[in-house]
Ligand binder design. Structure first.
Ligand code: CDP
Ligand code: MG
Length: 699
């Protein structure tokens, strides 16, 4: 990689609210040195209710130093006066942790609960923990959180952090969101499907509550970077407030030439920095996914071993959602002064978590994200370019505590061609879940719902067809309505295909096994696959492997886990992610409760795995692929060429028909998490549909 000084970006340092589009004078005075303790260190852990004076003083000092603090008075005035407000402010300026507290302290919205939504559960939990600590209360009392399958709130909770998906579920029960006096939609720029629908829901709830003379609903939309015009227009010209954060200057370097191999380019950058910069300057590298990150970690460690004497030590730390919790925590621990930390992360470090001590950011400009084409009906995860907004967000990670440097592994020309904003997820995902939600919310006509960004009519149509195939909706007098099955499906916090699997399971006498499988597929992977120990992993996993595929293998692992119980040694020996396994077990308990509520007969099929796979075939038939004469696979719905992912236990097998959980596009289009099925089962699941799709099989 060549390195050339290109643009130097200096952000301003200001302390107060600015009216829309104002630019404040530059001020680069460094702030007083701050000591950060782990920002995530208490996430999900049982917390002691003991606050040392030192920790408390430090935290209060930190609070006072936040840029938002000096704008407190002005902010409260605006918050009190306005019904809807859009608030923009640098990451780290204090929006998420402080605004709910300001509202509460100023007595705004005391008649109800203040809700703050987050796109990710990890962020919701850690933020609630942080705010509870700042307010010196026990988590779950005044301040609580609700994420999927986990609710830590009580009757006393007045400030509640929750994932956007959870608030949406609550809206199904009460579209007016009557428990809430304020809804803060945070990280709005991420444009997750759930947040996008929530915009429409809260807007409607606000209007209706006004019409009905009920308690007004205050709506606050927050982000670091977003398309303010779009948001302001959508919320009937809501005012936009700019909170200018303390961001230290960040130098940005672009490559002189486009890089054909961003992994190689990152390696070169990491080691260039490593040889030149003092060892306490840590590096954060943005990559795209677990496998890539693990392999890059190995390469870095290998190279670091062979560096000339005198070179500083290097600790390489991967960071991705399914990484076991203790390993995630290592990232937040302060390192030693003579050893450089290199953190290789997915976009999880872009907004959700704050890592202390980062001086350098290396941005590959790539991200793994969903992409959907309604014509082919395919939703694939694929590596693609980030948007400018994401690139800025990544860059910002270098200037949190001191002046920083960001290496962008693309040219400035390439950057100029990036999309300004990330395409909203709603415009690039399968909409079956969304449509089911909207129907459950009793939206009169889902096709004309007030979306902030409308999905394509083709995508909406495709989703409705899928729901029809699953028996969730029907057409009645030119209206689309939920069937009895559809109503039940919407009650599960699951994708429609999985809730359908559960509801069908009594027919195949295997509800207990299906509960396990669906739970395992609903959490981050329970399999921990460190590459350095690949052979060892392979040999210990052998005992669990089922020739019938990954679902059955997971089932075997879960059954073994149940026999042993939560056991640290067992997790370690078997390369199982204990936290995710415990989570799966909790998820299972909750899904089981919903099943009981609906009177689903809970039986075990015991050793009859055929019945389990048949049940899966009856609900997941839209994700099926067929072996071709040339040994490749084609999906049954659109004949897309696909291959078995190397992580699957079926990688070296060639079953005639398989179901897959998801498609991942890297060098090829891969199917992940597979189950062997019979063509006849697919045919009996949806005879009309497969009459059109299946070549060889007719009943
Ligand atoms: O929302 P915004 O990015 O503006 O900032 P915030 O999340 O309110 O965080 C403000 C500050 O609180 C951060 O700069 C961290 O110093 C601290 N914080 C933390 O230490 N641990 C957390 N889990 C969250 C915030
Ligand atoms: Mg925030």
């Amino acid at each position: 990689m060549t390195r050339g000084v290109a643009t130097e970006c200096v952000r301003h340092v200001a302390t107060c609210l600015a009216p829309a589009r104002s630019v404040s004078p530059m001020d680069n005075r460094p702030p007083p040195a701050k000591k950060f303790k782990s920002s995530l260190s208490l996430c999900g852990q049982k917390r002691e209710n003991v606050f040392t004076h030192e920790r408390e003083r430090e935290m209060q000092q930190q609070r006072r130093e936040l840029p938002i603090c000096r704008a407190r008075g002005q902010l409260i005035t605006h918050l009190r006066q306005r019904e809807t407000l859009i608030l923009i402010g640098e990451t780290g300026s204090g929006k998420t942790t402080q605004i709910p507290q300001y509202l509460y302290e100023a007595g705004i919205g005391r008649q109800g609960i203040i809700a703050i939504t987050q796109p990710r559960r990890m962020a919701a939990i850690s933020l609630a923990a942080r705010v509870a600590e700042e307010k010196k209360t026990e988590l779950g009392k005044l301040i609580g959180y609700t994420v999927r399958f986990e609710d830590l709130t009580s009757d006393q909770s007045k400030i509640k952090f929750l994932t956007d998906g959870m608030l949406l579920r609550e809206a199904i029960g009460d579209p007016l969101l009557r428990r809430y006096s304020v809804v803060i939609l945070d990280e709005a720029h991420e444009r997750t499907v759930h947040t996008d629908i929530l915009f429409g829901i809260v807007k409607a709830a606000q209007r209706k509550r006004k019409e009905l003379h009920k308690l007004p609903l205050k709506v606050i939309v927050m982000s670091a970077t977003m398309d303010v015009d779009l948001f302001s227009q959508y919320f009937n010209g809501a005012p936009v407030l700019y909170l200018e954060g303390r961001q230290h200057s960040i130098q940005i370097f672009y490559t002189k030439k486009p890089q054909s191999d961003y992994l190689h380019a990152s390696l070169v950058s990491i080691f260039q920095i490593h040889q030149e910069a003092p060892p306490w300057h840590n590096i954060l590298v943005f990559l795209t996914g677990q496998e890539e990150i693990e392999s890059m970690s190995r390469t870095c460690r290998e190279i670091a071993k062979h560096l000339p004497q005198g070179c500083a030590q290097m600790t390489v730390l991967p960071l991705y959602a399914s990484l076991p919790h203790p390993q995630q925590l290592r990232i937040f621990q302060l390192g030693q002064k003579d050893c450089r930390k290199v953190i290789l992360s997915t976009n999880i470090a872009e907004t959700s978590v704050t890592i202390p001590g980062i001086k350098y950011v290396v941005d590959t400009g790539m991200v793994k994200a969903k992409r959907y084409t309604p014509e082919s009906g395919l939703e694939v995860l694929a590596v693609q370019q980030v948007s400018k907004a994401q690139a800025w967000q990544r860059t910002g990670r270098a200037g949190r505590e001191h002046a920083g440097i960001c290496y962008r592994l693309y040219t400035e020309d390439e950057f100029e061609k990036f999309l300004n904003m990330t395409v909203p997820e709603i415009q690039r995902c399968n909409l079956a879940t969304v449509m089911l939600h909207l129907l459950a919310l009793r939206i009169p006509n889902i096709l004309t719902f007030d979306f902030i960004s409308k999905p394509s009519p083709d995508a909406m149509q495709a989703a409705i067809e899928q729901l029809e195939l699953l028996g969730a909706v029907e057409h009645k007098e030119s209206q689309i309505i939920l069937t009895a099955m559809g109503k039940k499906m919407a009650a599960f916090p699951l994708e429609p295909r999985f809730s359908k699997t559960l509801l069908l399971s009594p027919e195949f006498h295997c509800a207990e096994e299906i509960l396990t499988i669906v739970s395992l597929l609903s959490v981050d992977s329970v399999l921990y696959n460190p590459h350095v120990k690949q052979d060892e992993v392979h040999s210990v996993r052998k005992k669990f492997i089922s020739s019938e595929g990954d679902h059955m293998t997971l089932l075997n692992i879960y059954q073994a886990f149940k026999n042993v119980g939560a056991h640290k040694e067992w997790y370690k020996e078997n390369f199982v992610n204990g936290r995710n396994m415990t989570m799966a077990s909790q998820v299972r308990r909750q899904l089981r409760e919903i099943c009981v509520k609906f009177g689903v007969r809970l039986e075990s099929s015991r050793s009859d795995t055929g019945n389990i796979r048949r049940c899966l075939a009856h609900a997941l038939f839209l994700n099926a692929a067929e072996l071709q004469p040339d040994g490749t696979y084609a999906t049954l719905d659109t004949r897309q060429h696909v291959a078995i992912h190397p992580s699957s236990v079926l990688f070296h097998c060639k079953p005639s028909y398989v179901l897959y959980n998801e498609l991942l596009h890297t060098s090829k289009c891969y199917m992940r998490d597979l189950c062997v099925v019979d063509a006849e089962w697919l045919y009996e699941a949806a005879p009309e549909y497969f009459g059109r799709k299946l070549k060889g099989v007719k009943s």
